[in-house]
Design a binder for this molecule. Sequence first.
Ligand SMILES: *Cc1c(COP(=O)(O)O)cnc(C)c1O
Length: 359
Amino acid sequence: MRGYNFSSGPAALPLPVLERARDEMLEWGDERASVMEISHRGKGFVAMAEQAEQDLRELMSVPNNYRILFLQGGATAHFSQIPMNFSSLDRQADYVLTGSWSEKAAKEAKFNTKVKIIASAASENFTMIPDFSTWNSSSDAAYLHYTSNETIHGVEFHHIPNSGDVPLIADMSSNILSRPLDVSKFGMIYAGAQKNLGPSGLVVAIIRDDLLEKSNTNLPAIFRYAANSAEKSLLNTPPTFSWYLAGLVFQWVKNEGGVRVMGEHNAQKAALLYDYIDQSGFYTNPVAKNARSRMNVPFRLRDEALDAVFLKESEAIGLMALKGHRSVGGMRASIYNAMPLSGVQALIEFMQDFVVRHG
Ligand SMILES: *Cc1c(COP(=O)(O)O)cnc(C)c1O
């Protein structure tokens, strides 16, 4: 029996999406074959791909002067491709460090740009977001990069930083489509699909036209965003199944009422869980209240020696994948769009019961 899946990624997908994919697994549309077995240049696939893009554009209210790309390589490839496209070794790019993922992005960027760390929460063990007023940003930077939700540390930006005229670039892998967002504040948004959009193998990138227009041309086409954009993400064979499944997720989000409703559900789920943790006297979350993630909730038990029992007992009743990341320890409940309120309620009930028996 399927349990409640708290995996940080690849993460839970909405059940109606999986059911639909199952139902059309052997024969998709009138192709007399599965969606995985047909040409990405055929009419059927192209129509589906364009619909998925259109649905995402509508869901996120993406302005007309932005392209939406469906790419590969995971968010990790884009840690490198961003400086390759928009900077150079003699130009500076600004990075904000708020956890493991932004650290990795900055580390990988160094091969293709001068990296300047303009703010860092490393000395606070990544439990807060440095106040915007302390950011030492530069007006001539190629771009300003930050990670809008730190999947491992459970730290989320609840406001968009102001980067002035410098293009703002955000890794939104783990909170894209989780709430309303003003896309027009960004030069580029990118996200690996396997947290909130679909299965792994796909990256969605939303890039403003003027960045594409002045991006570097001395790169192999496959690494150039402008070249991928010119070919509508069909420069080579795209991850066809992931694209299709992400399209089903977009339709599901639309049916649920869009990002506004997602945002309300996510706020409600997170508030329930944090409120319980804070008043439990047994579990703790170290993150500053104004920076707590609505998507990833790390928590510790009063006694680390109970971690193994907690995991064994939770799995036995179908609460899956609660183990925290090895760098942070303890537990982590990832409660993306696809996690229903009932899953969070079941988790809290288990946590309460665990305290009664082991506290
Ligand atoms: C998961 C994740 C990544 C890495 O994604 P890959 O697809 O494995 O490259 C990068 N950034 C954030 C915020 C993530 O959550």
